[in-house]
Design a protein around this ligand. Structure first.
Ligand code: ZN
Length: 258
């Protein structure tokens, strides 16, 4: 298994690197499936670089109510077909960057949603489930931060899920993981709030991707996040939120008021 990260170079450029222990080493020439890169030296301590999210300049597709226990806690039925939404790329932040809450006049109830996201490595249009399964380049952690009061009031999700900083992704992408059986957790200030497993998803990854690309072409670098298990709940200024997907690292973000 290999871990690939985007990170900020010394002149503000976005670099790609491979994680080796507590260091990151710059690579070039990665193909879209995140294979075949060449190490070009330039090792730096992981703790001293700003990791950047995946999905910049691409698209981020969301799937709602994809775990039975989470659909229940929202008092809604499990959908018969995948329920899609999108997040704008202006919401993206990386590991260690702050989730900024809107003023309370805008939203009083912002929730965490721990999710496993997959990175698309091949162009997919009207592809079979088997083709879709082969197009997953890697797996990462995503926090689908949601203004629940706005979601409830508006009945559609664009504004509730689209605030700036509401899409933490990272800390890196793990290549070579079996995404069908991974534990997905959220911890707030060290306390476990969500603890699920991707094996309990209503629609597994190949089905989701085939459903999405029947209408919307998926392109290399796109991010598809796969729904959240039960236990969603509020976050407030000062909280430290961690999303952990087994084998894909821990994505940690502090929460602050605007
Ligand atoms: Zn979600």
């Amino acid at each position: 298994m290999m871990q690939i990260a985007h990170y900020l170079g010394k002149d503000g450029e976005i670099l790609e690197g491979v994680i080796v222990g507590d260091e990151i080493e710059e690579i070039s020439g990665l193909d879209p499936m995140l294979k075949g890169g060449r190490r070009v030296g330039g090792k730096r301590k992981l703790s001293q670089v700003q990791l950047m999210p995946w999905g910049m300049g691409r698209k981020i597709v969301l799937v709602g109510k994809n775990y039975v226990d989470h659909a229940k806690e929202l008092a809604s039925d499990v959908p018969k077909e995948p329920l899609l939404s999108m997040k704008p790329t202006t919401g993206l932040i990386g590991h260690g960057q702050a989730i900024v809450l809107p003023p309370s006049s805008v939203s009083k109830e912002v929730h965490h949603e721990a999710e496993m996201a997959v990175i698309i490595g091949k162009r997919l249009r009207r592809a079979s489930e088997a083709e879709c399964a082969k197009a997953v380049a890697g797996v990462t952690c995503l926090n689908d931060v949601t203004a629940r009061d706005i979601q409830r009031a508006e009945g559609q999700w664009t504004r509730a899920k689209g605030f700036d900083t509401f899409c933490p992704v990272g800390p890196w992408v793990s290549v070579g993981l079996d995404w069908s059986h991974l534990r997905v957790q959220c911890r707030v200030n060290g306390q476990i709030r969500q603890d699920g497993n991707t094996k309990d998803q209503v629609f597994p990854v190949p089905r989701l991707l085939a459903f999405i690309c029947a209408g919307m072409t998926l392109e290399p670098g796109d991010v598809v996040t796969t729904g959240t298990p039960a236990g969603v709940g509020p976050i407030k200024a000062g909280d430290s939120v961690e999303i952990e997907v087994e084998g894909a690292g821990v994505l940690r973000n502090e929460v602050r008021a605007e």
